[in-house]
Design a protein. Structure first.
Length: 132
């Protein structure tokens, strides 16, 4: 499973030591974080489907007044979700819950879901310009 998410989490590893991702986050906090993101993202996935949109961008207010930017992109049978946040603790929690969030959103939406995590919008834009 580590090899599956290794490429996706590469950006995160540049900012947070890998060993702290697996050891620093208590389980109840991770579950609460996962629930918050799932509740925030699922209605937007429905919106994409209902309004035949391809991309939706929005922000989520995390605890401690941290803003999390979210970019959803729908393509044939799959979703790409980008989380953009500069807060180190939130980035760590995103890395910790990434696989569970992807599985949960894939199950709920019926679409294969890929999650990317970025430190800022410039980093996200550079990632997509390299991929194009």
């Amino acid at each position: 499973e580590a090899s599956h998410s290794q490429q996706d989490i590469q950006v995160l590893e540049n900012h947070v030591p890998r060993e702290s991702v697996s050891s620093a986050s208590p389980q109840p906090q991770a579950r609460s974080f996962l629930n918050l993101l799932t509740r925030s993202v699922l209605p937007r996935i429905s919106y994409l489907d209902k309004h035949a949109k391809k991309i939706v961008r929005f922000a989520v207010d995390l605890p401690d007044n941290v803003k999390l930017g979210v970019r959803l992109e729908k393509s044939e049978g799959s979703l790409s979700i980008c989380f953009i946040c500069s807060d180190p603790e939130s980035l760590e929690m995103l890395g910790f819950t990434k696989d569970a969030l992807s599985d949960s959103l894939s199950d709920e939406s019926g679409k294969r879901t890929q999650i990317n995590i970025f430190n800022n919008y410039k980093e996200m834009d550079e990632h997509f310009s390299r991929a194009a």
